[in-house]
Write a protein that binds this ligand. Structure first.
Ligand SMILES: *Cc1c(COP(=O)(O)O)cnc(C)c1O
Length: 446
């Protein structure tokens, strides 16, 4: 049913970046769109397939960002596109809470089966990661009848009013947008590169600080939920030390606290598991998903223990567009693609290639302080030589160089000194190695 032929999976530059057509269109962008919007690469996109973006000047750019970890299964991949077209011809909207339809139910069945945990699960679908996080908090508070939410340093959970309060970094996410929602408590994140204490006992020491804060300053019996990203995304791909997530999960269970994993960025085969918590066999009470869930159509979900998800009165949850049929059709295409193309294993393979290239780079360039992440979600943190001082200038120069050569990479980090790699996991080995070659040239050019 897909009519346009796919783009060749190769990098090709026919103009400078941005080319003349993009330059002209970007003028219209700045006339028409809010100055509050950022832009990672200054081009206008005409088409995309898998890991290649085609701009209106005819340049083919390698996509190592996946629209922030969204097009994991490849951009405009056929199983997604065909299902969306078919659904658009059938019906575009009824509102699930007005007149239900099958593909919403099927997506929830798939989620309930895929999310880890040997207990009965149920799901609710919404439109964005932030909305899903908000719903998880609503449900946790309703179920526990407790007000407090515990979140972490360096966390990112979205840009709505409640999720701004949950997010750590002030600039650009919170600056001038307050006041923020109450009853949110922030605790230390064991960020090993920048941990001031003994790194050998980081898990125990972090747990000690966190439980002390909960018990002395909040009262464990007042805490509805502990909310954490299993690998922090915008914070700079900070991977908690082994044993930390299991310890946090155990503490939550012992204290009647709902343990919520925000898998919005880490979920859907990204890390070499379907969900990142699988790495250490953790069973969250609730898992929040979005980004990779529907190949770019707006969809997000909360999946959790049935008794928690069912504790809300009828019509306490919902929304006009939540679980839109086109987005659900796309999501079923995503589940099918992950299964049939073995993309969980493919993400682990991408991780090996990425890890090898980045380690070779770090051996040559001591401004790379650390390589972090898992599978097709990895990052490098850049510092001034011989120190831990953030090297924002090097980050910007590397990103700019890569862009000028047709490779799109994203940045991250509390200190704005992290380059992150989130390629579609269907990227070919050749294309990824070509991009890594450009990255190496970028470091050599510093
Ligand atoms: C992107 C992100 C969100 C917010 O998702 P939106 O769809 O942008 O609202 C929440 N949590 C994490 C971990 C994210 O990466």
């Amino acid at each position: 049913m897909t009519t346009l032929t796919s783009l060749t999976q190769e990098r090709r530059l026919v103009t400078a970046i941005p080319g003349p057509k993009s330059l002209e269109a970007l003028q219209r962008r700045s006339e028409a769109t809010s100055g509050g919007l950022g832009m990672a690469i200054p081009v206008i996109i005409e088409r995309a397939s898998d890991a290649i973006l085609l701009d209106i000047d005819g340049n083919q750019i390698i996509d190592l960002g996946s629209g922030i970890g969204v097009t994991t299964v490849g951009n405009s991949t056929s199983r997604v596109v065909d299902r969306v077209i078919e659904q658009a011809q059938a019906f575009t909207h009824t509102c699930f809470t007005v007149a239900p339809y099958m593909n919403y139910i099927e997506v929830c069945e798939k989620l309930n089966a895929a999310v880890p945990g040997p207990f009965k699960k149920k799901s609710v679908l919404v439109n964005s990661g932030a909305e899903a996080v908000e719903n998880a908090i609503k449900i946790a508070r309703h179920y526990t009848k407790r007000p407090a939410i515990v979140v972490f340093e360096h966390s990112y959970h979205g840009r709505t009013n409640l999720t701004m309060a949950l997010t750590a970094k002030n600039m650009p996410y919170k600056e001038g947008f307050g006041p923020f929602a109450p009853e949110i408590y922030r605790v230390p994140m064991p960020y090993s590169l920048r941990w001031l204490g003994d790194k050998k006992t980081i898990t125990e020491d972090a747990m000690e600080m966190i439980t002390h804060k909960i018990e002395k300053e909040i009262g464990a019996h007042n805490v509805a939920a502990i909310l954490i990203e299993p690998i922090q995304g915008e914070g700079g791909f900070i991977v908690p030390p082994k044993g930390f997530l299991p310890a946090l999960s155990k503490y939550s269970t012992e204290n009647g606290i709902i343990f919520i994993a925000d898998e919005v960025q880490t979920g859907f085969a990204r890390t070499g598991h379907m969900f990142a918590v699988e790495e250490e066999g953790v069973f969250p009470d609730m898992v929040v998903t979005a980004k990779g869930i529907a190949g770019g159509l707006p969809l997000a979900a909360v999946t959790g223990r049935a008794e928690i998800m069912d504790s809300v009165h009828a019509s306490g949850l919902g929304g006009t567009y939540g679980g839109n049929p086109l987005a659900c059709a796309a999501s079923l295409g995503v589940f099918e693609t992950i299964e049939e193309e073995n993309l969980v294993a493919r993400a682990a393979h991408i991780g090996e290639i990425l890890g090898k290239s980045l380690r070779a780079l770090a051996a040559k360039y001591p401004i790379i302080a650390e390589i972090r992440g898992r599978g097709a979600m990895q990052a490098i943190e850049l510092v001034m030589p011989g120190t831990l001082d953030p090297n924002t200038a090097a980050m910007s120069a590397v990103v700019k160089y890569c862009q000028s050569k047709g490779v799109l990479v994203l940045t991250a980090g509390t200190y704005s000194n992290v380059i992150r790699f989130l390629p579609p996991v269907v990227i070919t080995d050749e294309l990824l190695l070509d991009a890594m070659g450009v990255l190496e040239e970028a470091f050599a050019s510093l």
